[in-house]
Design a binder for this molecule. Structure first.
Ligand code: SF4
Ligand code: SF4
Ligand code: F3S
Length: 384
């Protein structure tokens, strides 16, 4: 990328240096599982004059998804997205309102048929013909059904838009559904999370911008680069799981020492997301729920988050310890270096699984019926 090209966008990027900008693009490329060299292509796409039109619809939501995007700071993620797309309609962010903004939306759809990116946050109520969420006199159901057929790509941002999330939890009084269910048969990129990590939206938009196609998706419509691995595989507390060192109560010894939160109901073993690798908050300290001592509740996993109580134990899908973490028994002496990781892996496998089973049964004794049903669930688990 030429210096003049970068200078033209420096202002919009909040004055970041060319070097930092290229570094950022390379990190985005690696995060998507692409070679480092793809960073240059991404940088070119960002600095090109192409600005894909985006229509952002917000339905049954709490604005957390939009907030998470706006609260990011470095390197001005909101600028990267908002200055390099043409945000033609957003109920939350548009300066215009009423008839004016509705007219802008209609014009954008007309002028960009098949080309605009449709982003939706929030669930869609379907009970009583969808009357529980109306904007400009139309139900969310009507708005989605009349906008989606003209979109070039559709992105469901957050768990509510992906499968109903909070709005669909429990008794689901409005019969809320996610975008894929409403648009049955259409390809919808889902970026679940409550709220989702804004980098996953950024990476998806940049992928479309750079390669003119969607990233590879899993069966739930999630980009594989972000949702291809279990949280449990990349969690920094994993060596404690493998060694059978569990926090049994908030504030106890192993909770304070950074032990595994499995026994506190962590759903990392059955939740696919990149939370432990890309982190949240840009505090410099790099935070994420499990990192600060709270069990993952599976907010990005349909069928786990908002449907399973926090105190129940997760279904373990991956018993094999990763090879890239610190060993489970750092004080163990006398194992030759070459055999160490094998030994650690095997010991971790056995102790982790046995420890989990043992502690599950201890929990069963101590904690009554809920734990008992978890033990039953585990007994049928198979390693995948
Ligand atoms: Fe709010 Fe979470 Fe739903 Fe986003 S997914 S709208 S943050 S409740
Ligand atoms: Fe990390 Fe949770 Fe897995 Fe423990 S159970 S290793 S805290 S993801
Ligand atoms: Fe959600 Fe678990 Fe990540 S609660 S934010 S999927 S750590």
């Amino acid at each position: 990328m030429k210096k003049e090209e970068f200078d033209a966008v420096r202002q919009q990027l909040g004055g970041v240096s060319r070097r930092d900008f290229l570094k950022f693009c390379s990190v985005v490329a690696v995060g998507m599982g692409l070679p480092l060299s793809a960073g240059v292509k991404i940088a070119e796409a960002i600095t090109s004059k192409k600005r894909p039109p985006v229509i952002w619809l917000s339905f049954q939501e709490c604005t957390g998804c939009v907030e998470s995007l706006l609260r990011s700071t470095h390197p001005t993620l909101d600028s990267l997205i908002l200055d390099h797309i043409s945000l033609d309609y957003s109920e939350t962010l548009s300066a215009a309102a009423g008839h004016q903004v509705e007219a802008a939306k209609a014009r954008s759809i007309e002028e960009n048929r098949g080309k605009f990116i449709l982003v939706v946050d929030g669930a869609i109520p379907t009970k009583d013909k969808g009357i529980y969420c109306k904007i400009a006199g139309k139900t969310a159901l009507e708005i989605l059904n009349e906008t989606a057929p003209h979109a070039g790509a559709i992105v469901a941002m957050g768990s509510c838009a992906s499968w109903g999330g909070v709005a669909a939890a429990g008794v689901n009084p409005t019969e809320a559904k996610g975008v894929p269910e409403i648009l049955n048969g259409k390809t919808v990129v889902t970026i679940p999370g409550c709220p989702p990590n804004p980098y996953n939206l950024l990476s998806t938009v940049l992928h479309v911008l750079t390669f003119n196609k969607l990233p590879e998706l899993d069966q739930k419509g999630r980009p594989k680069f972000a949702y291809g691995r279990l949280i449990h595989e990349n969690c920094e507390r994993r060596p404690h799981f493998d060694a059978g060192r569990f926090a049994m109560a908030y504030g106890d010894e192993w909770h304070r020492k950074g032990g595994c939160l499995f026994k506190l109901g962590c759903k990392g073993p059955e939740t696919y997301a990149n939370c432990p690798t890309i982190l949240f908050g840009e505090t410099g300290a790099g935070t994420w729920p499990v990192g600060v001592g709270h069990p993952c509740f599976g907010c990005s996993e349909k069928g786990v988050g908002f449907s399973t109580p926090l105190h129940t134990l997760a279904t373990i899908k991956d018993f094999t310890p990763p090879t890239f973490f610190a060993e489970a028994f750092p004080n163990k002496q006398g194992i030759p270096g070459g055999l160490k990781s094998l030994a650690t892996g095997t010991a971790g496998l056995v102790v982790g699984a046995a420890g989990a089973a043992l502690l599950t049964s201890l929990g069963k004794k101590d904690d009554g019926d809920d734990r008992r049903s978890d033990a039953d669930r585990h007994s049928g688990d198979k390693e995948e």
